[in-house]
Design a protein around this ligand. Sequence first.
Ligand SMILES: Nc1ncnc2c1ncn2[C@@H]1O[C@H](COP(=O)(O)OP(=O)(O)O)[C@@H](O)[C@H]1O
Ligand SMILES: [Mg+2]
Length: 252
Amino acid sequence: MLKVNHLYKSYRSGANVYEVLKDVNFEVKKGEFVAVMGPSGSGKTTLLNCISCFIPCDQGEILLNETDLTGLSQQQLAKVRNEELGFVFQDFMLLDGLTVFENVCIPKVIKEAPYKAMEKKAGKLLEIFGISEIGDKYPAEISGGQKQRTAVARALMNNPLLILADEPTGNLDSKSSEAVIGAFKSAQKQLQATIFMVTHDSFSASYCDRVIVMKDGRIFRELVRTGGRREFMGQLLSVLAAMNGGDGNEPR
Ligand SMILES: Nc1ncnc2c1ncn2[C@@H]1O[C@H](COP(=O)(O)OP(=O)(O)O)[C@@H](O)[C@H]1O
Ligand SMILES: [Mg+2]
């Protein structure tokens, strides 16, 4: 599904070069829900923006179903972003002048898809994410959790290969966060969605199948969930603590 090989990215400011991603390698399989964690500044957003092709990388490959995105033209990239990728952002990015239902429809409106099929699809997504009752409300009239579930529904409208989410629960209280993670889990179960999510929050990450922990622009550790959520959260917390200790070893 997604394969990132030897990815490098640096930012230049004047004569200074900041290496942000240094030889990042990983894979996401179809139907997987993967989180990326790591301290602020470790390169998570940069990684996500490279995969989204919002910023160019310096070196390496980003293969989405065998197609290397780093080799595509702007026009081809626009098509990939519209049709193969779905985006969920920390600050929702809903259009204030449109209702929940209309916001969810946006990706299809852009594609000029047939109206009837669009309505049917949007109705189904609203149902899956428990927001049917608020379909006619405007973003200003709904809660943060409802806004983000609307954004998740919108991201799925074109049946993308991959959902990319940057801190989707970053602006939410714990109850709303749980509802949004629940929406991702429903997308995974009912729509076989593949989700790649950057998060600070080990509670949200503990719902994932796998967590990639980044440190200083490299992958520090990958953890696969084998048991229950609570147990996985314990493992995550101990890896994060060990990382902050700086020696890279598990605490004794
Ligand atoms: N556009 C930019 N220009 C210069 N430096 C940047 C830019 N974006 C991010 N950085 C730097 O790159 C590093 C990684 O940032 P980022 O990917 O946002 O990390 P994270 O999402 O893990 O907090 C930070 O040191 C940040 O200051
Ligand atoms: Mg970030």
